[in-house]
Ligand binder design. Structure first.
Ligand code: NA7
Length: 300
């Protein structure tokens, strides 16, 4: 028998994820801080809740997908938070990307109330959330991972149980290092191609299928050429993740040269007012430094 699912946080990612839970036929209750963002889902068949506490009192699995560590702490433990309504035996699945250490602390606090917790951060951008093809990195107990699996499978394609509490968040940070350092490579390669005078669209199609191919190149490269800076993932949120990487690396004493460089380039863009653009706008920082503009004629 399927459980009653509550979902907190209907942002860029939460919209697609909840829509896929509904399509799969699950009993879904939603709450979002800005209530208007829940209207379309409620029209499609989701139930509305008046607070995270009320949502938790009606659901056995509570999923959160909000911005940052303090926001998860707020929706779980703040006034009107999940803790005010949650029933013993329930399962909280946090799909936000937040601090691994804070995640472990919250799992301990929930366990004191006989509530289980998994960390299950996601990768795949707004496209992956909409298509139900997210990669989900899960930390926590095997039994609870098995319990969560049907719901995770409705939202994602590659679901990997990577370890105990907090391990999902750690692996997500590994993912973010790969994302931004790849994006730096894509940006530098396009600057070089532009300066060399080769056709940028032909260049992309020539290199995308070879050893240099990547999701970032295939999905964000064309957006750069089209001057399309709409976010699959915003610079502001990317910075939040890079801060988490740099903090964790600092605690371990591990140098992060590429990640630190990208963090500083994004900081330049945030100061210039580009924080709400997609993370592929990284190239604009290199354009400012070099005076080279990467633009391709509009495709006919
Ligand atoms: P968005 O599109 O910026 O959405 C963020 C969501 O989180 C949105 O629903 C916000 O509500 C909600 N939010 C943020 N802070 C709070 C607090 N304090 N209380 C309640 N709700 C809050 O982000 P994405 O969907 O792209 O990403 C979400 C997470 O997945 C993030 O950790 C990424 O790194 C991965 P609002 O609509 O603004 O009222």
């Amino acid at each position: 028998m399927s459980e009653s699912i509550g979902f907190i946080g209907l942002g860029i990612m939460g919209q697609g994820m909840t829509s896929n839970l509904l399509k799969a036929g699950f009993d879904l209750t939603v709450w979002n801080r800005t209530a208007s963002r829940a209207e379309a889902l409620i029209a499609q068949g989701a139930k509305g809740a008046t607070s995270p506490a009320e949502l938790a009192s009606r659901c056995s699995i509570i999923i959160s997908c909000v911005s940052d560590t303090p926001d998860v702490q707020d929706v779980l433990f703040g006034s009107d938070g999940v803790i005010g309504g949650v029933k013993p035996g329930s399962l909280v699945i946090d799909m936000s990307t937040i601090s691994p250490q804070a995640t472990r602390d919250m799992a301990v606090a929930l366990a004191e109330r006989q509530v289980h917790m998994l960390d299950a951060p996601i990768s795949g951008g707004s496209e992956g959330a909409a298509k139900g093809t997210l990669s989900i990195m899960v930390g926590g107990d095997s039994e609870q991972v098995a319990r969560a699996m049907p719901y995770l499978q409705a939202m994602g394609k590659t679901i990997t149980h990577v370890g105990g509490s907090g391990a999902g968040q750690t692996v997500k940070l590994v993912n973010q290092i790969l994302v931004v350092v790849t994006m730096l490579g894509v940006s530098e390669a396009l600057l070089f191609a532009q300066s060399s005078g080769v056709d940028l669209r032909k260049t992309l199609s020539a290199v995308s299928g070879g050893a240099a191919g990547s999701w970032m190149l295939s999905n964000r490269g064309p957006q750069i050429l089209d001057d399309d800076w709409r976010p699959g993932f915003t610079i502001d949120l990317q910075q939040k993740d890079l801060r988490l990487v740099i903090e964790a690396a600092d605690q371990m004493g591990v140098p992060m040269m590429g990640t630190s460089l990208v963090f500083n380039l994004y900081r330049v863009l945030q100061s210039a007012g580009f924080g709400s653009e997609g993370n592929h706008a990284l190239i604009k920082a290199l354009e400012r430094l070099t005076g080279i503009e990467v633009r391709a004629p509009t495709p006919s």
